[in-house]
Design a protein around this ligand. Structure first.
Ligand SMILES: *Cc1c(COP(=O)(O)O)cnc(C)c1O
Length: 357
């Protein structure tokens, strides 16, 4: 199997090997020390400000998005949602469900967020901002620095969903002033799905601790208290946390966030160079490194996904909703190499020869 989706992605042999072992009991000093190392690496890789904390939740990253919305905002807030695709729409839906007043900045698929579009909301009584830094459905990367300046000027509590962009596009949590950063196990961390991570700057820790969330499982204050001793309130996905530990150690030893971002960027550039002559239009006006959404000019995008899967053993990522037939995506995250790109491009050339592209 050759997997170019955007999660779950290909894992390294070390990570796979841990998945084949027995899962240990976790209320031990040994597991606590692994968790505290995980937390320290996460803070470092996110460039989180002094006094930040990280917690590990056992749920997919949408659970972390929901926990953050529930723990950081109330019906007294009014948040801006950058809604440029299905993940932006997910934040908007979470605000609806939890009755958080929100205004969406709606973008067309692939559209870049400009300064002018953002500053149309300047000086108005908003209290927070939610953004998916890489809107993975269309591969649009938003400018976290520009948004951060806007948030600082307008005193907005700033939440960055970096689920697919963390370690694929450079992110400086302290530099851009984000209060919260969310990511998950199955994207650039290239581990199985099931764990999401919430990094909180001091202002977010404070807010979460003073909140009164009506939830037992999504209580971030409880998660923070348990994490002081390297533990979680309930049984976590212990095996995945051990895999994350191995992976974070590997990333740190290989040069940290910058080196991993450079590796993903090179993988993306190599692919984009190799498909230059093929009949595709690029979708994103502001391409993120993690994924390349492609619009086939003469073929159905979903059919390409099915043919590659069924006849070539290669998985690209289909799009859902309105873009199902017109866009598919090629991921550059996980344990992939430029040779793997060549394998995919050769399969696409073969489809072209057969008149299927
Ligand atoms: C993958 C992803 C998520 C989370 O998806 P889950 O299926 O819940 O893990 C959230 N936001 C973005 C931007 C993503 O790419």
């Amino acid at each position: 199997m050759l997997n170019f989706t955007v999660g779950p992605v290909m894992s390294s042999p070390e990570v796979c090997a841990i998945g084949g072992q027995q899962v240990p009991y976790f209320r031990t000093a040994e597991f606590s020390s692994i968790m505290l190392e995980n937390e320290a690496w996460m803070r470092k890789l996110a460039r989180a400000p002094q006094g930040s904390r990280a917690v590990f939740l056992t749920n997919s990253s949408t659970g972390a998005m929901e926990a953050v919305v529930m723990n950081c905002f109330t019906e007294k807030d009014h948040v801006l949602v950058i809604n440029g695709g299905s993940f932006g729409a997910r934040f908007a839906k979470l605000c609806e469900i939890h009755e958080i007043p929100h205004t969406d900045i709606v973008l067309q698929p692939g559209q870049k967020l400009t300064r002018a579009m953002l500053y149309a909301y300047d000086g108005q009584p908003f209290t927070g901002l939610l953004v998916n830094v890489d809107e993975t459905s269309t591969g649009v990367l938003y400018d976290t620095q520009m948004i951060g300046e806007f948030c600082r000027k307008n005193h907005l509590f700033y939440v960055c969903d970096c689920v697919s962009s963390f370690l694929a596009d450079s992110f400086d949590m302290a530099g851009c002033g984000a209060d919260v950063m969310i990511t998950g196990s199955q994207k650039v961390l290239a581990c199985p799905p099931g764990v999401s991570i919430v990094v909180m700057a001091p202002r977010a820790v404070e807010r979460v601790k003073q909140g009164h969330v009506k939830s037992m499982y999504f209580n971030l204050s409880d998660a923070l208290t348990n994490m002081e001793r390297g533990q979680t309130p309930f049984t976590p996905a212990v095996g995945i946390l051990l895999q994350i530990h191995a992976r974070l150690k590997e990333i740190d030893a290989a040069g940290g966030a910058d080196a991993e971002v450079a590796r993903v960027a090179a993988q993306a550039a190599d692919f984009r160079r190799k498909i230059a002559g093929l009949p595709f239009a690029m979708v994103s006006q502001s391409p993120a490194n993690g994924v390349t959404p492609l619009h086939p000019l003469h073929a159905n995008a979903y059919d390409i996904f099915l043919t590659l899967k069924d006849h070539y053993g290669i998985w690209v990522c289909p799009n859902g909703g309105d873009l199902r037939d017109s866009v598919f995506r090629v991921g550059h995250i996980g344990c992939l190499t430029p040779e793997d790109n060549t394998t995919l491009v050769n399969a696409l050339l073969d489809l072209q020869r057969k008149g299927m592209l």
